[in-house]
Design a protein around this ligand. Structure first.
Ligand code: IMP
Ligand code: MG
Length: 170
């Protein structure tokens, strides 16, 4: 397996993160925001986004798994839950990629049951297929094809997360 092509260049990603940050700054102006990052994949987008936010924000992390190798297992497993109470808070879930939507929809339901004030989703790469769960993603980065991608936080067996672009692995 190796990175056979660059799908989205570093500068396109940077521009998109800037646009998303501007929208978040506008939408949460005067509000408190809790960003809930989904580890491990979202760590890069969160650190890029963080530097451009000027709202009253805190960062929390959850660790969830649904993939083994290049296949979704169809189940999600919470490895690390939040350590704060989110009742009455504005929550923005930040996820790296939407594939079947299982992770995001399950997570959104779980966090909604804890009575936050609001809950929205930011997802950098959207790989919607026919079988995907209908989930409303307010802040979306790029729509991509069905190929397995790596880089910008996304891995194949733990590797390639550090690449500053999105690449196709084959
Ligand atoms: P979903 O639950 O099927 O939407 O899958 C979402 C999770 O699967 C993401 O958080 C990623 O960890 C992983 N994933 C899905 N597609 C890819 C891919 O193309 N490359 C790397 N990881 C992926
Ligand atoms: Mg992930």
């Amino acid at each position: 397996m190796k990175v056979s092509k660059v799908l989205i260049e570093q500068n396109e990603i940077e521009q998109k993160v800037k646009e998303l940050a501007e929208r978040i700054n506008k939408d949460y102006s005067g509000e408190e925001l809790v960003i809930v990052g989904i580890l491990k994949g979202a760590f890069i987008v969160i650190s890029d986004l963080a530097k451009q936010l000027n709202v009253d924000v805190t960062f929390e992390f959850m660790s969830i798994q649904s993939y083994e190798g290049t296949k979704s297992t169809g189940q999600i497993k919470i490895d690390k839950d939040l350590d704060i109470d989110i009742t009455g808070k504005n929550i923005l879930i930040v996820e790296d990629i939407f594939d079947t939507g299982l992770t995001i929809s399950h997570l959104k339901n779980l966090l909604e049951s804890r009575n936050p004030k609001s809950i929205e989703i930011l997802c950098m790469f959207i790989k919607k297929d026919v079988a995907s769960e209908p989930v409303d993603i307010k802040y979306s980065g790029f729509e991509i094809g069905p190929e397995f991608v790596v880089g910008y936080g996304l891995d194949y067996e733990g590797k390639y997360r550090e690449l500053p672009f999105l690449g196709v692995l084959s």
